[in-house]
Design a protein around this ligand. Structure first.
Ligand code: SF4
Length: 235
């Protein structure tokens, strides 16, 4: 029986897709983003918790009274596309219960299951870490090839894309960057649901320290809310 490698679960999630959602954060990610808030989700180890499809459905059903017409389940990570086979089975089982699924992805992983995962999802939340390929690689440690493939697959399936980008002071907190992101979406995305800017915070520093991984952005302050609101108005 297939199981998923689980990082954590959030009930009543209000920021990971439309409506109220149960969010399953899955373990494993090929990227190494400089500001990652879940560096403990990068690898899968012998201690990683496995979750069955039955348990996913059981937990998701508990939230059903709150989902309304827009809410449901979100699979996030880590990078959920690394567990495509599990996702397809989980989405099928959830669909049988009338619960729809959003995939929250960085687009840094693609395999033979990805197209079907995208086809079966309600929409994709796509974290575009940077629209410029060089800066994207500086932030994530991987190139943009898979991101572009994921966008192409979403276009082919005519899936709505909700593009997000974390805005980091000194890294991408400029009007030019927002204009570039808009242009990137305009040129590449067929069915754009919306673009959203998220403010950088440094609350993960403790996690990085615990794992003994040097945190390059130690001196960077959290994103100023006023500046984030001003940049968001340009969208
Ligand atoms: S894609 Fe997400 S989980 Fe993976 S390293 Fe980047 S921020 Fe962390």
């Amino acid at each position: 029986m297939i199981t998923g490698k689980l990082h954590s679960i959030e009930t009543f999630g209000a920021v990971d897709g439309p409506g109220i959602r149960t969010v399953f954060f899955l373990q494993g990610c090929p990227a190494r983003c400089v500001y990652c808030h879940n560096p403990d989700s990068w690898t899968t180890t012998a201690e990683t918790e496995n979750i069955t499809i039955e348990r996913v459905v059981h937990i998701a059903k508990r939230g059903r009274p709150y989902y309304g017409k827009d809410g449901g389940v979100t699979f996030s990570g880590g990078e959920p596309l690394m567990q495509g086979e599990f996702l397809i089975e989980a989405m099928d089982a959830l669909a049988e219960e009338g619960i729809s699924t959003v995939i929250d992805t960085s687009g840094t992983y693609v395999d033979g299951f990805t197209q079907k995962v995208i086809e079966e999802s309600q929409m994709l939340l796509l974290d575009v870490k940077h629209s410029d390929p060089v800066k994207f690689e500086e932030i994530t440690g991987v190139n943009q090839d898979n991101l572009l493939r994921v966008i192409d697959m979403a276009n082919e399936a005519d899936k709505p894309l909700w593009i997000r980008q974390v805005i980091v002071p000194g890294l991408n907190d400029t009007e030019e960057n927002v204009a570039e992101l808009k242009e990137f979406a305009r040129q590449r995305v067929k069915n754009l649901h919306k673009i959203e800017l998220l403010g950088y915070h440094n609350m993960a520093i403790e996690k990085w320290d615990k794992l003994g991984i040097p945190y390059k952005l130690k001196d960077v302050k959290p994103m100023d809310r006023g500046q984030l609101a001003r940049l968001s108005q340009l969208l």
